[in-house]
Design a protein around this ligand. Structure first.
Ligand SMILES: [Cu+2]
Length: 262
């Protein structure tokens, strides 16, 4: 029973995994594919190099009567150990370059959002809509994180990973992000979208994604930006187009355009 209890608590506490996520955009899947290709090349190289090394150590050991060779130079070996890595690097570089070109191609977006980082919250401005708001740490997390709050963080859903006003985007749309900062360097990171873009004061960095499925995707600021660095999460909600339209219209009509910054 206690084992069951431990395993259940573990499952509830964190859905963790060792590898990077495949993500929910076309390019995140491609990025994941690249990562796995390079990983398997590394595994193969490791197996070959350590295989040869261990074999040589055993086969040519002194105890078995091995006599050391006396040559000091081998042209063949030098050509091989230069040419083989070059070929391997080229095999990896070609698909990597193709993906990088796509990552940088943020032309013709369906939607552009200006993301501005502040100490310690995010501000989102939808360029084609009359829509802008701050996105701050959600109240339950904010209260639980206070010293001697008496609240057990384990009881808070998505502790430190939830915000009051998430970014909402339509599924299938090409969303361009223009990322900047108003004070220090921050970084907008959402693993499932395969985006980690620095927010630098005075500079506008571009990123884009096209989500292929709906859902809620969480991220965090990933550039140490001061005292509240751990308290400025990111939540992106990918919804159907109708739901997006309804949300945008409501936000523009009634709800406060600029949320409380407290
Ligand atoms: Cu930050």
């Amino acid at each position: 029973m206690s084992l069951l209890g431990i395993s259940l608590t573990g499952a509830v506490r964190a859905e963790w995994q060792l590898n990077m996520p495949t993500g929910v955009t076309e390019l995140s899947a491609e990025t994941y594919g690249l990562h796995m290709m390079v990983f398997w090349w590394c595994v193969a190289i490791g197996v070959v190099v350590f295989g040869v090394m261990i074999y040589s150590l055993v086969k040519h050991r002194k105890a078995a009567g091995a006599k050391p060779a006396t040559f000091t130079h081998s042209m063949t070996a030098e050509v091989l150990w230069t040419a083989v890595p070059v070929v391997i690097l080229l095999i990896m570089a070609i698909p990597a370059a193709e993906t990088m070109v796509k990552l940088e191609d943020s032309r013709n977006p369906d939607l552009t959002i200006v993301v501005t980082a502040y100490q310690w919250r995010w501000h989102y401005k939808y360029q084609d809509e009359d829509l802008a708001f701050y996105s701050s740490l959600a109240l339950p997390s904010l209260e639980a994180r206070r010293k001697q709050s008496g609240i057990d963080p384990n009881t808070v859903d998505n502790y430190l990973l939830d915000v009051d006003h998430p970014v909402v985007v339509p599924v299938g749309a090409k969303v361009r992000l223009l990322v900047t900062s108003s004070d220090v360097v921050h970084s907008w990171w959402v693993p499932e979208l395969a985006i980690k873009k620095d927010a630098v004061p005075g500079i506008v960095n571009e990123a884009w994604f096209r989500a292929t499925e709906t859902g809620t995707f969480r991220g965090q600021c990933t550039e140490l930006c001061g005292r509240g660095h751990g308290y400025m999460p990111i939540v992106v909600e990918v919804v159907e187009r109708d739901a997006y339209r309804a949300w945008a219209d409501t936000r523009q009509d009634g709800a406060p355009k600029v949320a409380s910054t407290k």
